[in-house]
Ligand binder design. Structure first.
Ligand SMILES: N[C@@H](CCC(=O)N[C@@H](CS)C(=O)NCC(=O)O)C(=O)O
Length: 203
């Protein structure tokens, strides 16, 4: 099993944390995103990390990779045992990636951009309700932990970060403190500096 990853990438961090939690042997291919290896470019139409290769199978998209790994290894407690809660956990992960992350990142440089997207607060409320029924050490926990540990330090004054901290903070902080997340974390100071330079207020 081979994982293409970049140390600072929160998406690749999700897969490294899962493989570490499961003590699964894998080959780590650390990629310089500014100078991607031809192998990665040939394998993936997204040209992004993480990318997993497993016995001829090529997967990209961290949520798909992690759900595959959870079945493959297997990680029996990756989701809650209740069918409806599992569906809610999948929905929460999708809404986190599709809505909350883009809304939050746009607002890091332009806080006023939140005014035209008031529904993000409902997404936070949904997350807060969902995590109450979910274990921290789960796919949902790993999914959110890697972004949380970076953004809560890089942009603590941001309204989305604050709302998450107030209503989902207990779950998010516990997930970010999981040993498998901590052991696979990049140098936080450097990562936070890079995040602020790239996504923070300009000028
Ligand atoms: N939706 C993707 C996002 C992956 C992603 O955006 N990865 C970034 C690094 S954090 C990347 O490789 N971007 C391509 C680039 O920088 O050229 C996932 O969940 O895996």
């Amino acid at each position: 099993m081979r994982l293409f990853s970049a140390a600072g990438c929160p998406y690749a961090h999700r897969s490294r944390a899962l493989l570490t939690l499961m003590k699964a042997p894998f080959e780590l291919r650390e990629v310089d995103l500014a100078n991607k290896p031809a192998e990665l470019l040939a394998l993936s139409p997204t040209q992004a990390v993480p990318l997993l290769e497993d016995d001829g199978l090529v997967l990209y998209e961290s949520a798909v990779i992690n759900e595959y790994l959870a079945e493959r290894l297997p990680w029996r407690d990756a989701f809650s045992s209740s069918l409806s809660q599992r569906a809610l956990e999948r929905l929460a992960m999708k809404r986190f990636d599709d809505v909350l992350i883009p809304v939050a990142f746009a607002s890091f440089s332009n806080p006023a951009s939140l005014e035209s997207k008031p529904l993000w607060r409902k997404e936070v409320e949904f997350l807060a309700r969902t995590v109450k029924q979910s274990p921290v050490e789960s796919l949902l926990g790993l999914h959110m932990a890697t972004h949380w540990l970076r953004t809560k330090v890089a942009f603590p004054e941001n309204a989305v970060v604050q709302a998450l901290g107030e209503s989902v903070g207990e779950f998010l902080n516990a997930a970010a403190a999981l040993p498998c997340v901590v052991a696979t974390s990049p140098d936080l100071e450097l990562t936070v500096k890079a995040l602020r330079a790239r996504f923070g207020p300009k000028g």
